[in-house]
Design a protein around this ligand. Sequence first.
Ligand code: PMV
Length: 348
Amino acid sequence: VLPEEGRVTWKAPSNIALVKYWGKKPDQIPANPSISFTLDTSATTTTLAFRRKRRADSKISFDLFFEGEPKESFNPKIQTFLERIENYVPFVKDYHLTIETSNSFPHSSGIASSASGMAALALCLMSMEKQILGDITADFFNRKASFLARLGSGSACRSIEGGLIQWGGTDSISGSSDLFGIQYPFEVHPVFQDFQDTILLVHKGQKQVSSTVGHNLMHDHPYAEGRFSQAHENLKNLKPILAQGDLEAFIKIVESEALTLHAMMLTSLPYFILMKPDTLEIINKIWQYREKTNHSVCFTLDAGANVHMLYPKSIKDVVSQFIQNELVAHCENGQWIDDQLGKGAVLL
Ligand code: PMV
């Protein structure tokens, strides 16, 4: 017998890519492999309540509340997502869904909530599957949650488990798949295991170009093939760097990846720029600081103007001084978020 109703809540973190995913094939298959740090405090909490329909039909039906209020503008994205995954979770059509979601980070902070948001919803759907179909292994649960999350937003498949997550088939990582993220299977030096990510909020407005449009511009992009093979190379090269805790080599790959991501945007047709003057000011300050102090701080970027500053926990206190003295002035309303490597999503 199917349960009449149920309710589940998941909190899923955001993630920041070290090797970037930019460009995709149909069905959310990445054009190149990527790897990310799972974050800790930047997260989405989603409650899914489901009630069995009185009369069976074949339509998806749901209500969505964002931070307590109905949010019409999110509906098309959720509708598309649920239609895309319908075949993998056929039971959803037997229920009316109520989705309540909220983010830990300030509203429209320019932090992409699609990764944490889609991951949290995918996890809720997996708990629903478990309540309806009976027990499933933790491994299958996480893998399918990542698979479903990918169909919502590619990078969301890296927001299920903690630590370093790799997504996208590549020869140097056995078990890697285009369909879901896996925990990085190789040795990771302790210096990386409590890495810090301070997110400097440069520009909180809506992006002019969505990541969907950006991914699509990699079709017919003059540098696409070179870029895709570079990502495979960078992933392979990261293996000994992550094992040995080689911060200098790590910084070179991570910063190059961030600038390459934006270089793809600068050289697509149409071309576009997501960085702001303060993005470049912060990057220059980070370089000057590193040169002066020899501290292993570096930056990475998402598809936006905000800067993620990455560094080992051991220098957190001095880096905080640097942020206060030199970087806060370049943040919109002086806002930034202190985050760090996280342990993955949690069932509440
Ligand atoms: O998950 P999407 O489709 O929003 O793509 C995001 C891609 C980047 O954030 C720019 C890079 C990445 O690998 O996360």
